[in-house]
Structure formats: C-alpha cells, structure tokens
Design a protein around this ligand. Structure first.
Ligand code: NAD
Ligand code: ZN
Length: 252
C-alpha cells in the first residue's frame, strides 16, 4: 500500500470521500467500452464522416437525407448498446451519495439505462425526433427504421433532439450544468477530449469555483496540463471500478 498523497487514485478517493459532492462530466469515451465509437481518433465517427459536412445544423437543413446516413448509424449503434461498468459505477456512486449528478455530452441514454437518476443531457438525446417545420415531437422508435429517413405527419424530414454544431445548448441543461459546476467539490471529467464548446468550459468553471478536477482518460487532453488537478490515465470502466473498491475499503 502506498501513502495517500503520492498516489493519484488514492488522492482522488480521499477527495471523493471527504467532500461527498462530486459531479461527473462525461463524453463519448465513457461509451467506447459499450461499443459506441467516439468522434475523434482513428476508430472515431469523424474518420468516416467529416463533421462540417454531417454534424452541423446548416448541413442538416441543406441535405437532411445525407446527414441521416450518419444519424441512422448512430441511432442503430446506440440503440443496440448496453451500459458498461463505468456507467454502472457512476450510478452506484450516486446511490451511495458520493456523486450527485452526471452532466453528459452523450446522446446514447446509457447513464439512465445504468440507473443514474440525475442526468443532465447537455447535447440532447436520440430518443426523440422533432419536426423543424411544425415542431411536432415523436419517440424515435415510432418513426425511425434502419436506413430510413423519418418523416413528420406534415411531410418534413424529422431531426433528432441532439445539438448539432451551430445550435444552442438547451437552456435548462446549460443552467443546471453550470450550477452543478459552480457548487461541486470534485468534478470527475471522464472520456471527453474537451474540444467541443461550450461543454469544454465546465471544468474551468468548476475549478474557478474551488472544485478539484479529476480526469479519467487513457490520453492527455487540452485540460490535463492546465485545469486538471489529478489525472487518472486509463479506461473509464477499470478506473471507476478501482475508485469504488478503494472507497469501500481504503486498505485494499
Ligand atoms: P471525443 O470523441 O472528442 O473524445 C473522446 C475521448 O474519450 C478521448 O479523449 C479519448 O481519449 C477518450 N476515451 C476513449 N476511450 C476511453 C475509455 N475507454 N475510457 C475513458 N476515456 C476514453 O468525445 P467528446 O469530447 O465527448 O466530444 C464528442 C461529441 O460527440 C460530444 O459532444 C458527444 O455529444 C458526441 N458523441 C456522442 C456519442 C455518444 O452518445 N456515445 C458518441 C460519439 C460522439
Ligand atoms: Zn411537421
């Protein structure tokens, strides 16, 4: 056993146990072990689909059928995925009062599927489709078929309730996320490259408000050298399992 202060994971455990008001900010990386590719990196969606051609509101309005080729792939991959040990671990940490909320940039619904109750969906979700003409909403499962382009009763092509580049963050999610960041004692930043704005501001807001920022990621990010207090390098599932193990019994 090593002394608490010198080992980053034990230092993270000490902060989580002492403060008991942690918030998690998650990104695509937490769902990689559920089989959902992230956007960046060699296996990422953006190696296949140029974000400026597929992930902007402008692109959707100009050529919705083309953008639906990418969206359809996301709906079917996310629809077939199950939460992994990292999602379940965060739900368990909420249950025991260590983590009080999850702010997620993901649109896959896996935190809720794992049992997390307070989930702030910063970029919306794939569960709902919205008409860009008459604003009618539909559950995705009612209108979407694999490879198909879902239509509204009015004849327009439906858009998923996700935030594309060029769209604002839903105001309630933004308010709630900033409030959580301003008032948490520890921010766990898990599986995000922190390159998408304004989500990438959340760690800085937390830090400036006095929180310790603990980053879980196999790679360093733009936050690591500037904002992160404790860097835990590795996969989310293994590191969250280890955090839980040490919280239950610091002697192991
Ligand atoms: P990103 O693709 O830019 O970065 C993913 C990060 O996860 C990288 O830093 C990578 O090193 C890390 N990572 C990879 N495997 C990991 C693992 N096993 N454990 C922990 N970390 C791991 O993701 P982002 O910063 O979330 O930005 C992408 C945007 O695309 C988000 O806004 C999100 O809305 C969207 N997106 C969502 C999903 C989803 O819902 N699952 C999937 C792809 C993209
Ligand atoms: Zn309509």
């Amino acid at each position: 056993m090593r002394a608490g202060g010198s080992d980053p994971i034990r230092e993270a455990v000490r902060l989580l146990a002492e403060r008991r008001n942690a918030v998690a900010l998650t990104g695509a990386g937490i769902s990689v072990e559920s089989g959902i590719p992230s956007f960046r990196g060699a296996q990422g969606m953006w190696a296949k689909y140029d974000p400026m051609e597929y992930a902007t509101l402008h692109a959707f309005m100009r050529s919705p059928r083309k953008v639906w080729a990418m969206l359809s792939e996301m709906v079917s991959v996310c629809g077939g995925a199950a939460p992994n040990a990292a999602h379940k671990g965060l739900a368990a940490l909420e249950e025991t009062g260590v983590v009080r909320a999850v702010i997620t940039q993901n649109v896959d619904g896996l935190h809720q599927a794992a049992g997390s109750r307070r989930v702030i969906e910063y970029h919306g979700n794939l569960d709902v489709l919205i008409c860009v003409s008459c604003w009618k909403r539909y559950p995705t499962r009612e209108r979407w078929t694999p490879g198909g382009v879902p239509l509204c009763d009015c004849g327009e092509i439906l858009k998923p309730n996700v935030v594309l580049f060029g769209e604002p963050i839903p105001w309630l999610a933004q308010e709630q996320a900033e409030e959580e960041a301003r008032t948490c004692g520890v921010l766990l930043v898990i599986g995000t490259s922190a390159q998408v704005s304004p989500a990438c501001d959340i760690p800085r807001i937390a830090k400036e408000s006095g929180a310790a920022v603990v980053e879980i990621n196999p790679e360093p990010t733009s936050l690591t050298a500037s904002v992160t207090d404790i860097q835990l390098q590795g996969n989310a599932s293994a590191l969250i399992a280890r955090l839980i193990e040490l919280l239950l019994d610091p002697a192991v």
